[in-house]
Design a protein around this ligand. Structure first.
Ligand code: ASP
Length: 600
């Protein structure tokens, strides 16, 4: 019953037909999206990756094709020979809506089972179902569009990098641990039983070694693997635009990325100005309560700690107090204020203090503690106008090395912006953040850890502090982050290029010389053979594409993403393997405590 493709050649994509094709004989191939049988006339929506075209089968003029069309069901694969005509009544919802194809001949190339969900722009299918049948999901316009957009963005990036003299160089997938701070994915070696490769968390060490090799400018659309707890914007394997350059100033690295980002944004028609804004990391915390501030709207934070001086005991305040003025929110109801207060408490606030500013005056429960004059000063400090709501935040618990109240206020700022619809769509606010501390204190590890990774360069003036435990938190790094619309796109740095300094950093991180040699010996050796000053950056490509596509989750721009439980539902991975495979690798799987196997 099925026809063969034979020598039949497609002339057009379904979605590409326009009114200019009127009168043309065409051959279309694709999937039956919908069939409407009106007796003498059968209409089908024929779909391919470019879109949908309406095809009409007329019993009077093409009886054979019409008879065959009666067999068509959703997702059958067909080829249609016919002629493009103008429609009597155009369909404004379809790009091809001004024309239709009058079929002369129909070839049914394949049948299809009824799909578990209808393949349309809007779907009610659960994400799990979509991922299990990702091949069907990708036939939907939006996922298909996202994949096409990703292709165009990556192509543009490659072109821009080539124009700037970068070589695309692949680095190994089977390698050893790279210190990006996550758990490694390990791959057992069959040839060397008991030994393991690690999948790269990033190409960091290799790209630095490429600079030592004299490659001068490297980039890669690099797959990275990190075994960490997943969230909406994380995947166990993800893609970076990774680059490194020799003899660069920080400005040179910024310039390269600014150009690449301008080109990537141009793919969706967004015009982005350069240079991007720059902000010191501390300024970002102080002004926005975030190390990835969203600059698409204002509502900056103000340190109002001194204004609360007299009320510290009454209010049980410990750290700083930060305030912001929410424009036009003076009319918030009791319920809205309570909800905001609850949210702040959940974020770790000791309290949230409000003042409503109206033309007639200010009303605030704080009057009892700060006095009318105190409240007035608070509103002035927050820059409030009539109609605004002033919100002040204090934290319950302080955090070593950072301002907990500012971080909570930063979250409240984002929530209010969302609630008050202050965030303009179609704005692209890029931002470079600099001035990070080299080390940060980790309560979990009870030790100083690298803020970025241990190869991050150090402000020359701070080198002396490396050996002084009490001053470790003061050391400034040569690291930088790129932020877009409140999302961290990636980070990089001018690196350490001196072997002696690199060894001192390993020591400051608590590694003995033996441990450093054992983990990074090859790299320390390489550093001692003439390493040029170098620096680079890596951007999360999935995030870049997700933002350009207007998607919240990076899963929407990855062809075959994993769930938050790190599973590929379609391929059903991870999975158990044959005993013989384990045997060959010299591996025995320990049964999980509490599992049925454990008792055997
Ligand atoms: N390798 C770093 C990362 O993956 C980026 C860099 O320092 O270039 O975050």
């Amino acid at each position: 019953m099925l026809d063969s493709l034979g020598n039949l050649k497609r002339t057009h994509y379904c979605g590409a037909l326009r009114v200019g094709d009127d009168g043309r004989d065409v051959v279309l191939m694709g999937w039956v999206a919908r069939r409407r049988d009106l007796g003498n006339l059968i209409f089908i929506d024929l779909r391919d990756r470019a879109g949908i075209a309406q095809v009409v089968f007329n019993k009077d003029t093409a009886p054979d094709a019409h008879a065959k069309a009666e067999q068509l069901r959703s997702e059958f694969v067909v080829a249609v020979e016919g002629r493009v005509v103008r429609r009597a009544k155009a369909n404004p919802d379809l790009a091809t809506g001004e024309v239709e194809v009058v079929a002369k001949c129909l070839h049914i190339l394949n049948t299809a089972k009824t799909p578990p969900f209808t393949i349309e722009e809007e779907t009610t299918a659960a994400e799990e179902t979509r991922l299990r049948y990702r091949y069907l999901d990708l036939r939907r316009p939006r996922p298909a569009h996202n994949i096409a957009l990703r292709h165009r963005v990556v192509l543009e990036i490659r072109k821009a990098m080539d124009e700037m003299g970068f070589y695309e160089i692949e680095t190994p997938m089977l390698t050893r641990s790279t210190p990006e701070g996550a758990r490694d994915y390990l791959v057992p070696s069959r040839v060397h039983p008991g030994q393991f490769y690690a999948l790269p968390q990033s190409p960091q060490i290799f790209k630095q070694i490429l600079m030592i090799s004299g490659m001068d400018r490297y980039f890669q659309i690099a797959r990275c693997f990190r075994d960490e707890d997943l969230r909406a914007d994380r995947q166990p394997e993800f893609t970076q635009l990774d680059l490194e350059m020799s003899f660069p100033t920080q400005e040179a690295v910024f310039g390269v990325i600014e150009r690449v980002m301008q080109r990537a944004c141009a793919v969706i028609g967004a015009n982005v100005g350069a240079p991007f804004r720059r902000l010191d990391y501390r300024e970002a915390i102080r002004g926005y309560g975030s190390d990835k501030p969203d600059l698409r709207f204002g509502m900056e934070l103000h340190d109002v700690t001194p204004l609360f001086a007299a009320a510290r005991e009454t209010l049980h305040l410990e750290g700083n107090v930060h305030a912001l003025a929410a424009p036009g929110a003076a009319g918030f109801s009791r319920k809205q204020l309570d909800e905001l207060g609850e949210r702040a408490k959940a974020l770790g606030a000791r309290g949230l203090y409000f003042a409503k500013v109206a033309a007639e005056g200010i009303t605030s429960p704080l009057e009892k503690t700060l006095g009318a004059e105190g409240v007035k000063k608070l509103c002035e400090a927050a820059g409030a106008k009539a109609g605004d709501l002033v919100v002040a935040v204090a934290a319950k618990q302080q955090m070593k090395g950072t301002d907990a109240a500012a971080l909570i206020a930063g979250q409240i700022r984002l929530q209010l912006a969302d609630q008050l619809q202050l965030i303009p769509k179609d704005r692209w606010e890029f931002l470079w953040l600099t001035g990070f501390p080299l080390f940060e204190w980790s309560d979990a590890e009870n030790a100083w850890v690298s803020t970025q990774h241990p190869f991050t360069g150090i402000f020359e003036k701070d080198l002396d502090k490396l050996e002084d435990e009490s001053r470790r938190g003061e050391i400034r790094s040569k690291g930088y982050d790129l932020v877009l619309n409140g999302v961290e796109l990636g980070s990089g740095s001018i690196r350490i290029h001196r072997q002696d300094v690199q060894s001192r950093v390993f020591r400051a991180l608590g590694l003995t010389d033996e441990q450093a040699r054992q983990r990074f010996g090859f790299f320390l050796d390489a550093l001692s053979y003439g390493t040029p000053p170098h620096g680079g950056i890596a951007l999360g490509l999935d995030r870049v594409v997700a933002l350009l596509a207007g998607e919240k989750s990076i899963r929407e721009v990855i062809a075959f993403p994993k769930t938050t439980a790190a599973q590929d539902l379609m391929a059903d991975a991870p999975s158990t393997v044959e005993a013989a495979q384990l045997e060959e690798l010299g591996i025995a799987v320990k049964p999980k405590q509490g599992s049925k196997e454990a008792g055997k």
